[in-house]
Write a protein that binds this ligand. Structure first.
Ligand code: AMP
Ligand code: MG
Length: 699
């Protein structure tokens, strides 16, 4: 498919001119031009709409940009109607027929009369009904009393329960839109003859495509946007244009590959989820095909070099959505947060005590008359405090006018109507300045921040109630191997239980991501291919375990190799056999080793930071600590080693066996000791680097 550069969406209306003020149930036009969204345009009548679309086609054509325009009404009728109306099973014959008969101006049109004319060509009552006018029209009933017309109610694309194209009036009716819409499209088609292709009737290899789309496909996203205010139709065309512009090309091509030569089709039908996701936020471009390529000629890549490559080439792949503070915990911020108000909003007292003007104090010990009343948090003091007097204040109270300094109540003797205290208080003592914590308009949190409980407190304190966050990264998890049975099942001879999937699923949830569990897959290429396809459709990243080497049964690497975007990562770490890193339909795949110990280490050391990048949080480095060893080990030079370890009495101890099949050691451990590539002779008391498992959780 030749890609499109600009996407427009039109919300049509069969009614009369809707007046100068933008309103709903009118014609709206949304546009995304080369990835840039333009504000939706309100078009008060069809004549203006036709001109606006014509101008758009003109502009895009002159600029050499390919344009797709979506319309929200059917381009065809149920099969059989064209033949009955025109004698030919050709949708364009129907367009011509209506264009010849419809007269349309901003204040009136004859769509009901034309429907009656059409009815006259069919047996019985004819298929159209609902006369919305005061006067009676011969051949168009007010109510659905149709009989014997022989036409189908709906096209194959129309869902049961939706309005049919035969109903000419009433809220939501489609018939009026079709009858007034097709003549406009027909005129545009003629005016730009050869440049416009109408889908799915014509070959799309032209600069402009007219496509039927139903905005109901993204209903949930529209509802969310509408909750923040604005006209529904405006949101609809804006978000639909955005969805079209953001859909991966392969998805768009698949949705356009439809055969419906007479009735037409609703593009995207059955792909609601894809549309909604695309509409939800500005989705960043996909990763580059070569993002996992390693420099050639190297046998074993040092771990740091491998990590630096991932860091440089991976980026956020998820869109974003607004959420309430209450749902913000653990989410990745998608846009900066600025303070709507200063914190504190007004100068206030930090303690319980007495407030006065510092300038009113004399030399030495002090006695001040106390005025009646007190000031408490949330209860402002209406009057002025006279110069030379003091007033009772409680923690958090806004300083009344005339007060700039507070003395702690414990430092004061209170007499009848006066207070006394010793010399030495400083100006402004025990008070907080307005904005001393956060100034109004200050940026308090940056994109990529993984929100903590304290962050939510900070947002609330400065009046921020909603946050733009990244969509949760969806991580598909697949275990591979003929030998795998599910814990709880009765294993066959020679089977082992799948330990990796429960481990990796839990890990991914701990990271704050969404798990898409794709189960276990036998060592069979076609089954695995289907699982990867599902992963690419339903997730943002795929984690597999097993089958990642280069053996006969290593189907993960074989498939990724065939797809042409795979690299075998032979990284100089222990434990860890080769990782298979690649893209499957633009979705990154981390092919982890099957061995659970190696799978966990590779997931933590490589997949963890990579997923943080993909999630929008940015690259991630687990916090390690230099501690004393409580073990002995002789290490050969060459590979970086990770030992299962834990801290006891301030020292790191390691699991008694380094055997890579020992899952019990993983469970025993509370972290990893990381030994650098160089050879070493470690003795108790030597310094080693310990990384607690907790360091790998939320960044
Ligand atoms: P592979 O990488 O497929 O060659 O597997 C390496 C080793 O890990 C083999 O002994 C497998 O049986 C074992 N293994 C693979 N997948 C799992 C799993 N999901 N759970 C437990 N062990 C596994
Ligand atoms: Mg295997």
């Amino acid at each position: 498919m030749i890609p499109f550069d600009s996407f427009a969406m039109v919300d049509w209306s069969g009614g009369n001119d809707t007046g100068p003020r933008p309103r709903r149930d009118a014609i709206w036009l949304g546009l995304v031009r080369q990835g840039r969204e333009e504000p939706p345009r309100y078009l008060r009548n069809r004549a203006l709409a036709q001109e606006a679309i014509a101008e758009l086609i003109e502009t895009e054509r002159c600029a050499g940009r390919r344009l797709m325009v979506g319309f929200d009404f059917p381009f065809g009728f149920p099969a059989g109607f064209a033949e009955g109306l025109t004698g030919r099973a050709d949708p364009f014959a129907v367009w011509d027929w209506f264009e010849d008969r419809i007269s349309d101006d901003p204040s009136a049109n004859n769509r009901f009369d034309v429907a009656a004319m059409a009815n006259g060509l069919f047996p019985g009552t004819g298929p159209f009904w609902f006369n919305g006018l005061r006067r009676d029209i011969a051949g168009l009933e007010r109510r659905d009393t149709r009989a014997g017309h022989g036409q189908r109610e709906r096209r194959a694309a129309d869902a049961p329960g939706t309005f049919t194209c035969w109903q000419m009036g009433g809220a939501g009716a489609v018939g009026g839109q079709v009858l007034t819409g097709l003549p406009v499209l027909n005129r545009l088609r003629r005016r730009f003859a050869g440049d416009v292709a109408v889908w799915p009737f014509e070959d799309l290899a032209r600069p402009v495509a007219f496509v039927e789309i139903w905005p109901g496909l993204i209903n949930e996203v529209v509802k969310q946007a509408e909750a923040a205010g604005g006209v529904r139709d405006a949101h609809q065309v804006r978000l639909m244009a955005r969805a079209l512009a953001r859909l991966p090309e392969t998805d768009l091509a698949a949705m356009l590959a439809i055969d419906a030569p007479e009735e037409g089709w609703i593009m995207g039908l059955g792909h609601e989820e894809k549309f909604s996701r695309a509409a939800e936020g500005l989705k960043p471009p996909p990763l580059r095909d070569d993002c996992f390529a390693l420099p050639g000629g190297v046998d074993w890549t040092p771990a740091d070099q491998a990590l630096a490559l991932l860091r440089a080439r991976l980026h956020r792949v998820v869109g974003q959505e607004p959420v309430d503070l209450a749902s913000g915990l653990g989410r990745v911020l998608g846009a900066p947060v600025t303070a709507r108000r200063a914190n504190p909003p007004h100068p206030n007292t930090a303690v319980d005590g007495y407030g006065f003007a510092y300038a009113s104090l004399g030399e030495g010990d002090q006695t001040l008359p106390l005025i009646a009343g007190r000031v408490a948090a949330g209860v402002p003091y209406a009057g002025d405090v006279p110069f030379g007097s003091a007033i009772r204040v409680l923690t958090g109270a806004a300083l009344p006018s005339g007060v700039d300094t507070v003395i702690l109540q414990e430092d004061v003797s209170v007499g009848r109507g006066e207070i006394a205290f010793r010399a030495g208080i400083k100006p402004g003592a025990n008070t907080r300045r307005a904005g001393e914590d956060v100034g109004e308009g200050e940026t308090i949190l940056a994109p990529g921040r993984v929100l903590t409980p304290a962050d939510l407190a900070l947002c609330a304190a400065v009046g921020v109630a909603r946050l733009e966050v990244c969509l949760r990264l969806r991580v598909a998890i697949i275990s591979t191997g003929d030998e795998l049975a599910e814990a709880g099942e009765t294993p066959r001879e020679g089977q082992i239980f799948d330990a990796n999937r429960p481990m990796l699923s839990a890990l991914v949830r701990d990271f704050g991501y969404e798990v898409v569990d794709l189960g276990k897959v036998a060592d069979d290429r076609e089954t695995l291919r289907r699982a990867l396809d599902r992963g690419a459709a339903e997730a943002d990243v795929i984690l597999t375990s097993g089958g990642a080497s280069a053996g006969d049964e290593d189907h993960v690497s074989a498939l990724l190799n065939d797809a042409g975007a795979m690299a075998e990562w032979r990284i100089a770490i222990k434990p860890g056999r080769p990782l298979a890193l690649g893209l499957w339909r633009e979705t990154p795949v981390f092919g982890l080793p099957g061995n659970p110990v190696a799978a966990l280490v590779c997931a933590l050391i490589f997949a963890r930071p990579a997923m943080a990048s993909l999630s929008g949080a940015g690259w991630f480095e687990p916090q390690g600590f230099d501690v004393q060893a409580n073990f002995e080990k002789r290490k050969k030079p060459g590979r970086r080693e990770y030992l299962r370890a834990r801290m006891r009495e301030g020292r790191a101890e390691v699991f008694k066996s380094e055997g890579s099949g020992r899952i019990s050691g993983l469970s025993w451990a509370e972290g990893l000791v990381e030994l650098p590539e160089a050879g070493a002779e470690i003795k108790p008391g030597d310094s080693v680097r310990y990384i607690p498992f907790a360091s790998f959780l939320r960044g």
